[in-house]
Write a protein of this length. Structure first.
Length: 114
C-alpha cells in the first residue's frame, strides 16, 4: 500500500523556520522525483519545489527561491522541505507528491502569523 505522510507543519511567526518531512512507503522511493506543492485558501495548488531521484537536481518556485530548500534521504525514504524566513503568504496546506506515479500525501497545514 502506497503512503506519503507529511509532518512538521504548524503555526509559526513571520521570519521563523519550519522543516517539513514526507515519509514514503509502498513504492521504490529512490527512483522517483519528489515534489512539494502547496494550496492556500481560495487558490490553486502550486508547485513549490522538486528534487530529482538522486537528489542532485532541484527546482523552486520563484516565490520561495533562497528561502526554501528541498532535500531527500533515500535510505530513509523521506523528502524534506526546510522553510526559512517564512512570510504570511506562505500560509497553506503543503503536500508531497511522487512523480511520475502521481501519489500524494494528505497534506500538512503551515500557518505563518504573528
Amino acid at each position: 500500500q502506497v503512503q506519503l505522510v507529511e509532518s512538521g507543519g504548524g503555526l509559526v511567526q513571520p521570519g521563523k523556520s519550519l522543516k517539513l518531512s514526507c515519509a514514503a512507503s509502498g513504492f521504490t522511493f529512490s527512483i522517483k522525483v519528489m515534489r512539494w506543492y502547496r494550496q492556500a485558501p481560495g487558490k490553486e495548488r502550486e508547485l513549490v519545489a522538486g528534487i530529482s531521484s538522486g537528489g542532485s537536481s532541484t527546482n523552486y518556485a520563484d516565490s520561495v527561491k533562497g528561502r526554501f530548500t528541498i532535500s531527500r534521504d533515500n535510505a530513509k525514504n523521506t523528502v524534506y522541505l526546510q522553510m526559512n524566513s517564512l512570510k504570511p503568504e506562505d500560509t497553506a496546506v503543503y503536500y508531497c507528491m511522487s512523480w511520475p506515479n502521481n501519489y500524494w500525501g494528505q497534506g500538512t497545514q503551515v500557518t505563518v502569523s504573528s
